[in-house]
Design a protein around this ligand. Structure first.
Ligand code: BGP
Length: 471
């Protein structure tokens, strides 16, 4: 690993706090491969691919993930080379408990134990998430997150994980982006089970929050020496103007997509405005006695923030056609902000200041909860065109990371409690229905040979981590 340009690390204009977490994130299904090996049970991604392979980019399934199951030692050594002191992945529920509840798969117990030990031996602190979109099929057959039995089974699974690894893993996360299975699976048809029904989506969201709180309760009952949190994808909702109608529209998007998980997991309660909105439109999920007290006790120690892009919102320009299903978009429109900066290799806006706005909001309105950026990244389609002398020269990704870190630094200077930054992701990995369409890694993965080659951004990151900052 050679430094891209040493002059970038001399005056250290952006120096980060001591023990800042430098690393990256991935997930079990997206990195392990071995989808049908090692005693793993099927999850909904295995099932959906069997049913509809053409819903996956180039028909590529999770069996083609980046072979972490076989090559975790190599990958962890490569993480160390580019300066990781932390790494987040998830445990696959259906690998550890193939049918979701009951017997624990000892091969999986051994595998995750070895991964944790290998990370620690390399001075990389493991951050473990317990659910990253991968519901076991047997649990989906029970109703997925619509079922209270699944909530209980998940809490038992979490308990098993804490007992097995709680002595060594000090940073736990119950869920990654819990709003995404709600949106993808129950509103917008981009995840299994491809339902479009707001009320069912609301139930899924509520039960996920209950499952989170049950897991937190189990964790605290074990009195382990560590922290438990949740990872949320926060998308700042910016109104087109300060007109009442635009502001109201942006507020509804914020309530539905951000505060529906942020408020209960940090403050222990749902926003009154959200409850009023759901009641007004007859979309309230079934809430049983004791549920709200359970959720109130599930407030987190640590918040992971995934940030990719903001939402640009305006009031509805046209009358809503209410013949179709009830959707959030009945209440706002998206708009393209003139002059916005775009990722030219994927249709997402780049707005680095969003990091600052999120962290400042957490500082001012959420008790300055300890947090870190748990995902941020730049997906690039056709990244092979940037290969020179065998290496991806991804200067655009270095600029992207620096841009976000600069705003993170400013927020921290002003008192935000942000402890680290993880890029999505360590190595180009398989990504749900997009498979390998967008490459995100510090390392390029050759899909034929499984060769890993560091990109220029990985070399830059090694230096930034070592210097704990940059100019
Ligand atoms: C986040 C997910 C990740 C990953 C990333 C990139 O929402 O937590 O699992 O998929 O987005 O998404 P994509 O591959 O669709 O560009």
């Amino acid at each position: 690993i050679s430094p891209p340009d040493k002059s970038e690390f001399t005056t250290m204009k952006y120096q980060f706090p001591e023990n800042f977490w430098w690393g990256s994130a991935s997930s079990a299904t997206q990195s392990e491969g071995a989808a049908f090996d090692g005693g793993k049970g099927d999850n909904i991604w295995d099932l959906w691919y069997q049913e509809q392979p053409n819903r996956f980019f180039n028909n590529v399934s999770a069996t083609k993930a980046s072979t972490f199951y076989q090559n975790y030692q190599t990958d962890i050594a490569l993480m160390k080379e580019i300066g990781h002191n932390t790494f987040r992945t998830s445990f696959s529920w259906s690998r550890l408990i193939p049918t979701g509840r009951g017997e624990v798969n000892q091969e999986a117990v051994a595998f995750y134990g070895k991964v944790i030990d290998e990370l620690i031996a390399n001075d990389i602190e493991p951050f473990i998430c317990l659910f990253h979109f991968d519901m076991p099929v047997a649990m989906q057959e029970l109703g997925g997150w619509e079922s209270r039995e699944v909530v209980e089974a998940y809490a038992d699974f979490a308990d098993v994980c804490f007992k097995l690894y709680g002595d060594r893993v000090k940073h736990w996360f119950t869920f990654n982006e819990p709003i995404v299975p709600v949106e993808g699976g129950y509103l917008y048809d981009f995840h299994y089970p491809n339902v479009v029904d707001f009320k069912r989506a609301a139930t899924v969201a509520f039960n996920t929050m209950l499952a989170h709180a049950e897991a937190v309760k189990r964790y605290r009952a074990q009195q382990l020496d560590g922290q438990i949190g949740i990872i949320l994808n926060l998308t700042p909702s910016y109104p087109r103007s300060q007109n009442t109608a635009d502001v109201k529209a942006a507020n509804i998007a914020d309530l539905l997509f951000n505060r529906s998980f942020l408020d209960p997991s940090v403050k222990g309660e749902y926003p009154q405005e959200l409850i009023a909105f759901l009641q007004e439109h007859d979309q309230m999920p079934a809430c049983q006695e004791g549920d709200l007290a359970t959720i109130a006790a599930g407030n987190v120690d640590l918040l992971g923030v995934n940030y990719y892009q903001p939402r640009r919102i305006q009031a509805k320009l046209h009358t809503v056609n209410t013949d179709g299903p009830f959707l959030p978009e009945w209440f706002f429109d998206y708009y393209e902000m003139p002059g916005r900066k775009m990722n030219p290799h994927r249709g997402w806006e780049i707005y680095e200041q969003g990091v600052y706005d999120i962290l400042t909001n957490l500082r001012e309105n959420y008790g300055n909860i300890p947090c870190y950026i748990s995902e941020n990244g730049m997906g690039v389609e056709g990244e092979e065109k940037f290969i020179e002398n065998g290496q991806v020269k991804d200067d655009y990704r270095i600029d992207f990371i620096k841009g976000h870190l600069t705003w993170l630094h400013k927020a921290v200077q002003e008192g935000a409690n942000c402890k680290g930054y993880h890029l999505w992701t360590f190595i180009d990995n398989w990504s749900w229905a997009n498979a390998y369409k967008n490459r995100y890694g510090f390392y390029r993965l050759d899909l034929e040979t499984q060769t890993r080659t560091v990109k220029r951004s990985g070399e830059w990151f090694a230096q930034a981590s070592k210097a704990n900052g940059f100019d």
